[in-house]
Ligand binder design. Structure first.
Ligand code: ASP
Length: 582
């Protein structure tokens, strides 16, 4: 038996017991006649003492030779510590070592394996197995496990069945590029890795499984914006014989369950906001509603003077920054610089300082009087002491820019508190989205999403106005889940493919299997998928998903530990009938 106890277990009540422990040497302190060793495993740290008076001197000498991260086994007696450490659960005891076995040696690790480390990101990724020995990383992985278990418990209790779907498939359009895998047995042909199990879960509904879920890997070959991973995990779900309302209730229940079990937080019923309202009020389809700073549209009160910038703009819109009146000229200039950066792209900003005495001072005093400014303050909800920031221009662009400013200011003001949770549903998404580049409509969610029946007539006349039975769950400014009620009849699905620019032949070749299935009694169905990585990070009060993934990829999509992707050898290429053309 390697051990009798873990390193997180022993307390004063164990005093006098003979125990066997194993683990890694975190640290040794050599005081000549006495040596202390911190022994670490997943469960904690226990202090070992090699005392020249009570331990054979030869063993004290061997203890001095122990290097960091050596794997050792010790036998000894639990004794009370003279100087106790109240910061450690095992801090009242130590082990008086009587036998020491080195199970394995270690090279000196490239960074310190403690809560605070001196290792940079790339180095820690290269030696991720060492990074995982650190408490913060280990705790995150354990946290993820707890969330996954609660998800499985909740869904299983509600009658959902976890079913695996294949990984070597054919393209499933979720709006990204596919990763492809060449087939040796079918020369010249390729599998695609699933961007999601979308079509399979729909087929499971046709197959009568009624309620499906799966914690599943998905693969999307996208340019990696910050905090995206080419492979990520979804909690993927589908239900038959449901309306949107059933789905919203079921998964609001799941999220509530998680917040309660994992975070001990009870949240009220989730507010619901239409896509249109979210864009109007927050310039964003995943609004962070932990704080106010809602948009105030000012067209009506800003286009009646000689200020051509506003007069020529499609939208004039502002937000009130709490306490912003105290910003210095320099701070405001910095803010203007910030929104002019190419990442945000605003051309400029008009501002109004709301003085404590109720008067105003603006950057457009030449054009607007106190009465105008007072109206702007009213519409944006600005109070004495606030600063109103106003942007103008093309509606979509200006909303995006002001949303970026709102989030940045909220971050700077500390309004985005990690331990506060503000979930909501955003509903009634548009069915289609115009793509400038290809000059045609794309499915905003995916091509299997059903249009709202009452908007069907608009499909030919004003396709951009058609709303879908599609919804997103938003938590603290992040989309954590999204889904839709699906099309379940062949005719509507064919019509949809047609609007998306597929010829009937292309639609048949890519999705014939689904259209065929719809001819054999497909039930009405719908579902959604949560992004598990992000959900876990947010519940954990953090933003970076990489910190909750055991073996993440870097920003260039590389696994620097195993060094992938990598070349394959000529024999493999030959077997696959592939030639590299670089
Ligand atoms: N398959 C969708 C996605 O990955 C989710 C869904 O519609 O259920 O976003």
């Amino acid at each position: 038996m390697y051990r009798t106890h873990s390193n997180g277990e022993l307390r004063l009540t164990n005093i006098g017991q003979e125990v066997t422990l194993v683990g890694w040497v975190q640290k040794t302190r050599d005081k000549g006649f006495m040596v202390w060793v911190d022994l670490r495993d997943r469960y904690g740290i226990t202090q070992l003492i090699f005392d020249g008076d009570r331990t054979p001197i030869e063993m004290v000498e061997r203890a001095k030779m122990l290097g960091r991260e050596f794997v050792i086994q010790v036998k000894g007696e639990v004794i009370e510590r003279v100087s106790k450490n109240s910061n450690m659960p095992t801090g009242e005891v130590e082990i008086l070592v009587k036998e020491l076995t080195i199970l394995n040696k270690s090279l000196v690790p490239p960074f310190t394996i403690e809560d605070e480390t001196d290792g940079g990101d790339e180095l820690r990724m290269k030696y991720r197995y060492l990074d995982i020995r650190r408490t913060p990383v280990r705790e995150n992985l354990i946290f993820r496990h707890k969330v996954a278990i609660e998800v499985r418990k909740y869904l299983s209790d509600k009658g959902f069945i976890e079913i695996e779907t294949p990984v070597l498939i054919k393209s499933t359009p979720e709006g990204a590029r596919d990763f492809v895998v060449p087939s040796r047995m079918n020369s010249g042909q390729f599998y695609a890795l699933p961007q999601s199990p979308q079509t399979f879960k729909q087929l499971l509904m046709v197959g009568g499984m009624d309620k499906y879920f799966q914690i599943v890997k998905c693969f999307r070959d996208e340019d990696l914006r910050a905090d995206r991973q080419p492979e990520f995990t979804q909690i993927d779900c589908e239900m038959a014989f449901v309306e949107q309302e059933d789905i919203l209730n079921t998964f609001e229940g799941l999220t509530r369950h998680l917040l309660k079990e994992i975070n001990g937080v009870e949240v009220a019923e989730f507010p619901r906001m239409t896509y249109e309202e979210a864009m109007k009020k927050y310039g964003n389809d995943k609004p962070d509603i932990r704080f106010g700073m809602e948009f105030g549209e000012l067209n009506e009160f800003a286009k009646h003077k000689d200020f051509s910038v506003f007069n020529n703009a499609e939208l004039v819109v502002g937000i009130a920054v709490p306490g912003g009146n105290s910003y210095t000229r320099k701070e405001i200039d910095n803010l203007i610089e910030w929104i002019k950066r190419p990442q945000v792209g605003a051309l400029g900003m008009v501002y109004v300082k709301c003085n404590d005495d109720g008067s105003f001072k603006s950057s457009v005093d030449k054009f607007y009087d106190e009465a105008d400014l007072a109206k702007w303050a009213k519409i944006t909800g600005a109070k004495p002491g606030d600063l109103i920031c106003i942007l103008s221009g093309n509606t979509d662009k200006v909303r995006t820019q002001l949303s970026a400013l709102r989030m940045e200011l909220a971050t700077r003001l500390g309004l985005r508190k990690p331990n506060e949770f503000a979930p909501l549903w955003v509903i009634d998404f548009p069915l289609l989205e115009w793509d400038e580049e290809s000059e045609r409509y794309h499915a905003m969610h995916h091509p299997f999403t059903s249009p709202k029946p009452e908007d069907m007539a608009l499909l030919d006349t004003d396709p951009g106005k058609v709303r879908a039975n599609a919804y997103d769950m938003v938590l603290n400014g992040n989309e954590i889940g999204g889904g839709s009620i699906r099309i379940h009849d062949k005719a509507t699905q064919a019509l949809m493919f047609d609007h998306l620019g597929f010829t009937p032949e292309q639609a048949k070749e890519q999705f014939g299997f689904l259209m065929n299935a719809f001819e054999y009694g497909a039930p009405p169905h719908g579902g959604l998928a949560f992004g598990l990585d992000r959900l876990v990070a947010i519940l954990g009060g953090q933003e970076t998903i990489r910190d909750f993934i055991a073996f993440p990829k870097n920003n260039s999509g590389r696994d620097v530990m195993i060094d992938a992707p990598s070349k394959i050898d000529d024999t493999q290429l030959k077997e696959l009938n592939l030639k590299i053309n670089l």
